[in-house]
Design a protein. Structure first.
Length: 222
């Protein structure tokens, strides 16, 4: 599926992005909304979360993935480092009278801890904003139950062409083989990947560029 949606080696000059200013208009990008739905569809088809599962959504933003998975699971805890994003999600939760979704402000750079334990951890388009991906995978593995699952969606290597600005972007997408090794180093097994979404985005000269989003899944070793 193609849709419109309007990444660089980590560098000390790159600053962490403040997403609070973007929160109010985040869902106005139809490509972003569709991508979240495509990722959710891939997760549902691959991991098959069920009504007995407690789920962590890391880097939930305004909850596009959270709310797509919510009807299928027992509980889902949505964590993000942006209070502005969580405020938007909290408003959606109240409007829909949802009882199995809760939000949590978590900033790992500030020393916050992830809640847990969970049967499944998911994350979409967040890992390229994380300086130390190995550390994050270790943290997630630490809050998963034995044999818990992980499902991460993010950009394939894009030569730094996807984002219009480097602000808050610490990785120019990811090589799937390298990412698989990172999963294994964090104690995950049965690592698999698939393409979850295909994005078309105009370049500086107006030419259309194609980017792919992978979904990588694995199981925590018991």
């Amino acid at each position: 599926m193609f849709f419109l949606l309007t990444e660089h080696t980590p560098s000390p000059s790159h600053q962490k992005r403040d997403f609070n200013a973007d929160a109010a208009t985040w869902d106005e990008n139809p490509g972003r909304v569709r991508m979240a739905h495509d990722v959710a569809r891939a997760i549902l088809g691959t991991v098959q979360p069920g009504p007995d599962m407690d789920v962590l959504d890391f880097g939930c933003g305004t909850g596009l993935l959270t709310l797509a998975l919510q009807p299928h699971v027992r509980t889902i805890t949505a964590v993000d480092s942006s209070q502005g994003m969580l405020d938007v999600l909290d408003a959606k939760i109240r409007a829909r009278s949802l009882t199995n979704v809760r939000t949590r402000l978590v900033d790992l750079d500030r020393g916050d801890e992830l809640p847990g334990p969970f049967d499944l951890a998911v994350s979409s388009m967040t890992f390229h904003h994380i300086r130390d991906v190995g550390m994050l995978l270790d943290r997630i593995a630490g809050v998963l139950k034995p044999a818990g699952r992980i499902a991460v969606a993010d950009l394939d290597s894009d030569e730094g062409k996807f984002h219009d600005s480097d602000e808050g972007v610490f990785h120019p997408g990811f090589d799937r083989c390298v990412m698989m090794k990172s999963f294994e180093a964090a104690g995950f097994s049965s690592v698999r990947n698939r393409t979850a979404a295909i994005i078309q985005k105009p370049g500086p000269s107006g030419e259309m560029r194609t980017f792919t989003v992978f979904l990588m899944t694995a199981e925590k070793k018991e």
